[in-house]
Write a protein of this length. Sequence first.
Lengths: 967, 87
Amino acid sequence: MSSRIAKKRGEWINRDKPLTFEYEGQQVQGYEGDTISSALWANGVKVLGRSFKYHRARGILSFANHDVNALMTDGEDTNIRADVWPVSNGMKLEAVNTDGGVIKDKNKYIDYLSPFLPVGFYYKTFYKPKRMFPFWEDKIRKAAGLGKVNFNYPRHIKPKRYAHCDVLIIGAGASGLSAALEAAEQGFSVILVDENRQIGGSLTYDLAGDPAATDTLSTLQAAVESQANIRVIIDAYAGGYYGDNLVPIVEKSGITKVRAQTVIVAAGVFEQPPVFRYNDLPGVMLGSAAQRLVHRYAVKPFNKGVVVTANDHGYRTALDLASVGVEVVAVIDMRRDGAAQDITQKVKDKGIAVHKGSCIYEAVAAGDKLGVKEVVVCPYDETTAEADTSRSVRLACDGVAMSAGWAPAAALLYQAGTKMRYDDSIQQFVPAQLPESVFAAGKVNGVFELKARMQDGRRAAAEAMNYMGKVVAVDSVKQSLSSSPSHPYPIVNHPKGKNFVDFDEDIQVKDFINAAKEGFDNIELMKRFTTVGMGPSQGKHSNMNAIRILARIRQLPVEKIGTTTARPFFHPTPIGHLGGRGFHPHRYTAMHQWHVDNGGEMFEAGIWMRPGFYTPAGVKLSAADAVQQEALAVREKVGMIDGSTLGKIEVFGPDAAAFLERFYTGKFAGQKVGESRIAMLLDEAGVMLDDGIAVRMADDQFYVSTNSSNAATVYREMQRNVQLWKMQVTLVNLTGAMAAMTVAGPASRSVVEQLTDIDVSAAAMPDGAFRTGKVAGVDARLMRVSFVSDLAFEIHVPYKAGLHVWNAVMEAGKAFGIRPFGTDAQRLLRLEMGHHLISHDTDGLTNPFEAHSDSLVAMDKPFFIGQRSLKILAKKPLNKKLTTFVLDQGFNGELPNECNLVIDSANNISGRVTSISYSRYLNRHIGFAFVPPEQTNDGARFQIRTDSGAMVSATACNAPFFHLLES
Amino acid sequence: MKLLQCPINGIRPLSEFTYGGEYRDMPDPDTCTDKEWAAYVHYRNGAPGLKKEWWYHGPSGTWFIAERDTMTDKVSRTYIAGQEEKQ
């Protein structure tokens, strides 16, 4: 039962290479070059899938990469588009979204329930009771849907390629080919992309029956192929438009990102179905789909057919069908006046009846709903969209070709920011105002006549060249169309519905009417409520009709309704095309491997990896115990933490001190060499951004540290202000170049002094002192700091020496019971010391007055960033202040969490907890909280509400907390 | 992805740049009123149009000013702050 016809000029199949594959258990013959759909259709297989919602049988509709009801799985891959996917030997295909095969699909009963499933049904029905939703969700997901994802899908690595060109042309039809030649002949490099497997566009089907047009195509093809400046990429689509003419070209093998100086969109148009009852039956297809079957694949679409049309294209379709032996019963022309005399006569000459002012009122399904057996033809009133059923005629047929009009393939134009207008003479949206380096040509630009399209391609190329600076003449394009290619309202109302507008989502005319009644009468709202255009074809065959229907409901011109923008990608694109290698860079400190080898639990800290705590191999230790033991080691003996992640910036130059005075809140002009000072940074609003230590190494040299997470930001802001203030300052970011470690605890001096020639005695090196010298034989910068304990030494050495010095300290500390400690213990230790962490204990609104940092702010300086705002803030009363607090001795209730609220006696929110931790050393729970200023006094009581709602009493308490041990 | 012209390094892809906020002339903190200062710190004009913006080219550490129309997303020119005339 083969529908394959005799060899045709220009056909896309290779009859010397027959292929065999399997579809739903059935052996099917095809040829190399066939798509799945064409091979199946040639073998008389017309049920290619089941629809998304009602499980109705569907066949070929567009045959142009939006037949989303004909989706296949081959077991590994799914949602394979049968209309465009090439067949290969041994394929084993099944239609997706069926239960028990595409013919016997057990879910086809849903079609009979459709009157009870109006638009919005799911939103309104299943949302409560909430606990039942998972049950319904499971049922709905099983019945409605696309292919099943194979989670064992092998990983195919796809390359990302890059290309550049002067002119990127999307669409290799008559206009695109002409544009390419015009630009290439003037020496510009051209990339020409087409999603089909051969260039030629509509010339390969619509006009393929016309020998003169086919000769034109051959000439264009030959010229393009011999033109060295043109790179043709076929079987690939332009996935989307991104800023400054970046267009990803999607091929089966991967994506090529093309950066073009200019882009010409010559993507053509999508044929739009007329809407009548049962316009979805297998065998009912678009005229262009029938033409593609005939001319590209040499397949007869059906044996006895009817053409329903609202433009001249339907007449050409009828002639094409007749030319390959289809018995065309009639051309049903929805237009009152029909087509021009000459083409009407040509059709009549073939013995085909032409019914003007008529419509198909409904197609009648064959008994099993798997095909069409006849159509009901009625007189049609174009103004009311009503059929006169009193004068109906039944025409027996096994297929219908539909041609009612076109919608521009303008997705990329919209994405590029093109303003479109509705052209009443062709009933189509066309570009009104294009971005300056983007051009449109051909049918997408509203130019339909072949000669005019070729002119329009050359015109667009000329404009592109002028944009690029080459002055060439731009000829205007004229076309004389005898009638509009599109019908303003190709819709036939039917009381029983099933007149489908959107085949992806089974949306009927009445769904739009109901949506409008519910108030969703804006195109964006209607799209979301009805889901029109939200299926896999993204509205390629439904949006235009939806706009027309809404325009009529609201009695507005089509242009006033507007369009929705189809987002990238133009066609569904496999995730594998987009995914790349895992590339999530982390910075490792010089001691990273040591931490890993010694049980460090590594956590992300910004771009760095840092140990949170250590659980050495073979030691059974909970995380909490590890942290407490590490902290105890620092309190009682000695510990060491890797501080390499600190931001480390050197500030040089004659203006170095003056720069820091303007940049930070403190004073640096009088700072002595070898001294360190706290460097606090505010923003212009006076909000605390960062704090670090600034060390003066020489009169014109400072060494400044920042919080680990702020290194890049502070450096960047320094750079900006050096430029803005025009100061003689050079900045060097040493963050990655220097390793740093802090040796802390009562025994830290005893450990460090073994390794260095620097006098680290209390007298020679008081808190805050900075010295340079050798540590473990390495040039080092040594600093007395007191962030985690009263006695601590920060050692900075070149990155490469980091591990050596770390090992030397660990070795020297052995006798004193040294322990490495991680960031968790560090947080606890600084809390015991009463040091807040900026952006942990403070937020994006906290100023220094609220965080007990008044002493760091030198208001008497002429200027620093944030000073002017602080002057305003200083005049206002504070309404919150950070305080350290303790929970009651022996507290064992529900522990408050960070961000739990402080509640006052009137049950109002008065603050919140910013840090809280148990300290084994103190045997108390301690923390930071924002509270009203009067509650920061030592001994003030306040209440914290826990997650469960329980109230916990806390007491404001001066820090450091060590005085608690004395009482 | 957009392209941006760094005054030092030429045209580079946007991923190399960091936006640094709108460029605004700071009022003299010693003479301006509290109200003027607060307006400078807190108010931003969100109306589309030509804006002067700070941009930072990360790989080279270059801060510069870009004049960008936020309506059309077109950058008309870029220059190092204070060297407007040179470019």
